[in-house]
Design a binder for this molecule. Structure first.
Ligand code: FMN
Length: 191
């Protein structure tokens, strides 16, 4: 199934797995999906917006209060635009903020303002994943209709072994294709 005409908003948060996201964007782009990208400030420490702009062929948004915006409500426009929002990699911090309704940057504000389905690909150190607060946040988000891809078991960048690795870009891409092939039967965000 081609993704022609499908609109996918990718949100990157601040983890080392950011370096894998250009591959995901490229898979989507090759299938003719429209891709836009939002990065948290943390994500920009790991990979530049220019890289994501180059592979998505679209400007990358990072600021809730940009100097050069044309409308005062670009966060609402971005929240309405996609058919699917994919957060990859998703930090423990991002999960905690969204599970608590915090909207203190562009990405969390767009997520809060969007009625669209949201897929989360967490990536973190295994202890951060096992942390009871992270586990509670996962249960809260899953109960609200967010879907999860991964995390997977294996070695992490900090040289620890366990569950916490971001699902590989191919796996996230397949989950996105499955989402679109299921159409309206796919879970919707309830919050
Ligand atoms: C080198 C380095 C790697 C990090 N990797 C991760 C990670 O993989 N997952 C995670 O949850 N946090 C990770 N962090 C911590 C986050 O960057 C930090 O919690 C930050 O506040 C996240 O902000 P954001 O969620 O707004 O992007 C890392 C921090 C550093 C310095």
């Amino acid at each position: 199934m081609s993704l022609k005409g499908k609109k996918v908003l990718i949100g990157l948060t601040g983890g080392i797995a950011c370096y894998k996201i250009p591959y995901l964007v490229r898979y989507l782009w090759k299938e003719k999906a429209e891709v836009r990208v939002i990065m948290t400030e943390g994500a920009t420490k790991f990979i530049t917006p220019l890289t994501l702009e180059s592979v998505s062929n679209n400007p990358v948004a990072t600021d809730l209060f940009p100097e050069d915006r044309f409308t005062g409500t670009h966060h609402i426009d971005m929240a309405q635009w996609p058919d699917l929002i994919v957060i990859a990699p998703a930090t423990a911090n991002f999960m905690g903020k969204v599970a608590s309704g915090v909207s203190d940057d562009l990405l969390t504000t767009v997520v809060c303002a969007s009625p669209k389905p949201i897929m989360i690909a967490p990536a973190m150190n295994p202890q951060m994943w096992l942390n009871k607060v992270t586990q509670r946040n996962k249960v809260v988000l899953a109960g609200l209709g967010y879907t999860f891809v991964g995390p997977d078991e294996g070695s992490t960048a900090c040289d620890h072994y366990g569950i916490g690795r971001m699902a590989e870009p191919e796996k996230i891409f397949k989950a996105i294709k499955t989402f679109f092939s299921k159409g309206s039967a796919s879970p919707k965000k309830k919050a």
